[in-house]
Each structure stands twice: as C-alpha cells, then as structure tokens.
Design a protein around this ligand. Structure first.
Ligand code: SAJ
Length: 412
C-alpha cells in the first residue's frame, strides 16, 4: 500500500467501525470520525456501541495498541474511507447530505495525492458528485499531475449484519475508480485485509453493482411474499408449496415474511427507481409488494380477532430478522404499532429476547415487553413476526386453542 500510513474512516457505524478496527489490526494508523460524541467516547474506551460478533475483540486490541483513535474532527490523512448513511427522502431520491458534509470536512485537510473512497451505498454518480464537490472547494488540487492530484473510488460494502468481521475478510470486493489509477490505489488498500477477489471497474458500475445485488434479493423476496398472498387466497399452505417447488433443480424460491426490513434491501432498490423511473418497473413493483406485506398481516390479525372484545396478542419478535438485535426499519415494529392503534382494547405482549427496553415508538398503554412463557400462556392470538431460534422450540401444546398467525412459517 504505497504512500498510505494513516487512514481516516468517516462514520463509525455498522460498516465504518468494523472497517476501521480491521485496518488498525493490520498496524495501520487509523482515526475514526463520527459526529456523535457518545460514539467517539465509546470507541476511545475500546467499546462497541452496537452488537456485532467479534468486533469487540478487534476494537479493544486496536485501541490498546494505539492504532485506532476516534474524534469528532476530520484529520489530515493519506486515505479517507467515507461510510456515512445514505437514507432516502420522501420522494425516494437518495439523501446525499451526509456524504456532502463528510466531503466538506475532508476538503480543507487535503494536500494532494490522497486516496478518497466512498463506501456508503450510493446512487449512480454519487462518487463523481463527491469528487466534484471536493474539487470545487479545492481548485488548487484539480489540475495537479497524477501523483499530486486526488484519487477517488467507490468500494461498496456487502457484509451481512451478524457476520461482518468474517465477511469483511472473505467476501469478494468491487472497487470502482473515477480513474483507473484510483481503482488500482484503492485495490492496494483493500488487499491489506481482504482475502476475497478484488474486482476493478469504474465508479458508476460499482455503485450500480451494490444496488443491483440488493434489488435482486428484494425482487426474489417479493416473489415469495406475493406467493404467500396468493396462497392465502386460494387456500394453500405457502410453506409447503415453496418447499415442494424448490425440489425442482432450477427453482429456488426465498421465504415469505411480514415484510422486508433493515436499512439496505428496503432502501437501495429505490435508488435505481429514482435513476430510471420509467424503466425500473419490476424493481418498483417488488418494493411495493414487500412494503404492502405489514398492512396485510395487520388486516389478517384484526379479522381473526373480530369476535373478541378485549383480545390478548402475543407478538413474537421485533428485530428485522432472526437472531439479531437490530430493530431499525423492522416490519415487526410497524405491525405491532398499527395493531396497537387499531385494536385499542387489545393487550399486546411483545416478546423480544434481544432487546432490554421497548422501542419508544411502541410505548403505550396496551403494549408491553413480556417473557415468552407469560405471553404464550395468556394470549388469544400468537403472532410470529421473527423466526428467532428461541421461538422455534415452542411446543405445539403451548399453542392449543389459540389463533396462530405465523408470518415466518416456523410452525408450518
Ligand atoms: N427476508 C425475507 N425472506 C427471505 C430473506 C430475507 O423476508 O427469504 C427479509 C428479512 O427477514 C429481512 C430482510 O429481508 O427483514 C433483509 O434481510 P437479509 O438477510 O436479506 O439482508 P440484510 O439487510 O441483513 O443484508 C443485505 C445483504 N445483501 C444481500 O444479501 C444481497 C448484505 O450482503 C448487504 O451487505 C446488506 O444488505 C447491505 O448492507 O446492503
């Protein structure tokens, strides 16, 4: 990794912090930057502010050895990795304001020759936009020769939450340069910790590759979710149906669920729709199908409970998928929230072994956190929202006489 001894990682979230820790574990001098003082303080104490297996060990080691420090201020560095959020706005267009803020903080620190990598999931053209913004602030660095100029690249992350420290090392990596030389330089940085293949392309293709991967999954989940709606209508068990169809050597249908959560798959396809609104018909429809699923589950529960004046509901799971504690953009929360509003005389006992407190949006008179045993004993209706390992061991006897709405098929 020629000419790079210090790296600043901007954004110490689910991607930035593991990347900073792994680079520091290779003996590189890393400064992690975050706008939140509490995150910076936690990292400087060697503590991980969220749950991710093995990250704590890497972080504590890197901080103790003095290779990783955190700050709210962007320092001078030989390379920058920007890993800030890119949410979407009300019209589904990407909100690039966090990338722009990072660019504005980096620009005054530059002396020429730095490598600037955008890792945030981005719409096509975002890396060029970051480059244009920085060069507008630093016209003195615009026309430098190759070595004195700036090197911009996009390198999307593709790690799965819960397996980040493994997949950062083992996954193949796409590196898209604004110029071929920028791609080569970025490749040499990722080679310090990535054992997968490092594939070079241009920045826009790299941006699209990440969006396309998550759209592929979204479209396939939408197919499974649409099948679950059709199967309900025609009176067929969707889980059996998919299991049987998947015996075909070229069929591999995913699993239906209560909707698609998390901050990637439910977001990224919209960036493609926004870039090509007329053309991205299947991708848009898949999003609409998946987004409609929580409402369909709510209607089913309301209908199943129509004869009960004061029903008790055991809602199993709040996380956006099994065996994690992440509740962001979780369809389970959307469903419990809607049920609490619709069924004001109901009591909703939420069971979520991975959280300590009820998320604030669910705080209300008729929703409370409960143990599995208490919730199952007293419920009229058992609503499975997440297929956590703890729920898979529920005995069929515990469900006797109860209405069961199983959105994950654990009792199928
Ligand atoms: N889901 C289903 N049915 C399925 C599979 C998933 O309903 O058969 C639901 C899950 O319950 C969850 C949502 O989809 O609510 C997303 O879960 P996921 O496990 O498919 O994906 P994420 O969001 O945890 O991580 C994805 C991964 N992308 C792909 O697999 C293509 C990961 O590799 C990316 O790095 C990550 O998005 C990201 O950061 O973009």
């Amino acid at each position: 990794m020629e000419n790079i001894t210090t790296i600043a990682v901007i954004g110490l979230g689910y991607i930035g912090l593991p990347t900073a820790a792994i680079l520091a574990s290779k003996g590189i001098d890393v400064v992690g930057v975050d706008v939140r003082q509490s995150t910076v303080d936690a990292v400087n104490r060697g503590e991980v502010p969220f749950v991710e297996p093995d990250l704590g060990t890497y972080l504590a080691g890197a901080v103790t050895q003095g290779n990783l420090t955190a700050s709210t201020k962007t320092p001078a560095a030989d390379a920058y990795i920007v890993a800030v959020p890119t949410p979407f706005k009300d019209d589904h267009a990407a909100d690039l304001s966090y990338i722009e803020a990072a660019a504005d903080a980096i620009a005054p620190q530059l002396v020429g020759g730095e490598l600037l990598i955008l890792e945030s999931t981005s719409p096509p053209g975002a890396t060029q936009h970051m480059a244009d913004r920085i060069l507008a602030l630093r016209p003195d660095l615009r026309h430098k020769d190759d070595d004195g100029g700036l090197f911009f690249a996009h390198c999307p992350e593709r790690v799965l939450p819960g397996r980040v420290m493994i997949e950062l090392v083992t996954n193949d990596r796409i590196v898209g340069g604004v110029t071929p030389r920028a791609a080569e330089r970025a490749k040499s940085l990722y080679e310090t910790f990535c054992q997968g293949e490092i594939l070079l392309t241009d920045a826009k293709t790299a941006e699209m590759a990440k969006l396309v991967e998550n759209s592929f999954r979204d479209v396939n989940i939408a197919f499974a979710n649409e099948l679950s709606i059709i199967a309900d209508k025609v009176g067929v068990n969707v889980w059996e149906l998919i299991e049987l169809a998947n015996h075909h050597p070229r069929v591999n249908i995913l699993q239906p669920g209560p909707g698609v959560g998390g901050h990637c798959i439910a977001v990224d396809p919209w960036f493609i729709v926004d870039a090509a609104p007329e053309e991205a018909r299947l991708i848009r429809t898949a999003r609409e199908v998946n987004d409609s699923k929580p409402g369909i589950v709510v209607e089913k529960v309301v209908n199943d409970l129509r004869t009960k004046a004061t029903p008790r509901i055991a809602a199993l799971g709040l996380a956006f998928k099994a065996d994690i504690d992440d509740v962001r953009e979780s369809p389970a929360i959307e469903i419990v929230h809607a049920l609490a509003e619709r069924l004001t005389d109901a009591t909703i006992l939420v069971v979520e072994p991975n959280v300590v407190d009820l998320p604030t949006e669910l705080e209300g008179e008729n929703v409370s956190l409960s143990t599995l045993e208490v919730a199952l004993n007293s419920a009229d209706l058992v609503l499975v929202l997440v297929d956590h390992a703890d729920f898979r061991t529920i005995e069929s006897g515990a469900l006797r006489g109860k209405i069961v709405v199983d959105t994950r098929g654990i009792f199928a």
